[in-house]
Design a protein around this ligand. Sequence first.
Ligand SMILES: [Zn+2]
Length: 86
Amino acid sequence: MGTAHKAWAAVHELHVYKQVEQLVADSRWVEAQPTGLVHALCNCGYSSGWIPDEELPSRSELVAAHGVPFGSILATGEKLGDTTGG
Ligand SMILES: [Zn+2]
């Protein structure tokens, strides 16, 4: 059964991970710092892999393709809601 036509579409849910490394030290203090590598991963199947931050597509490109990133860490210091179109 089931003659109904179902339309399935990829769901975008973009996550951008920033890799951090942790200082291995015999100490109670845990130090972590960003390695400069980022990984953009979307539910639709897109994955940038671990790449240097500067190689990541611009936020506007990512938003255009996948919507606003989940948890939007890229939003820091960036203009939100800027809809100026060329
Ligand atoms: Zn996507």
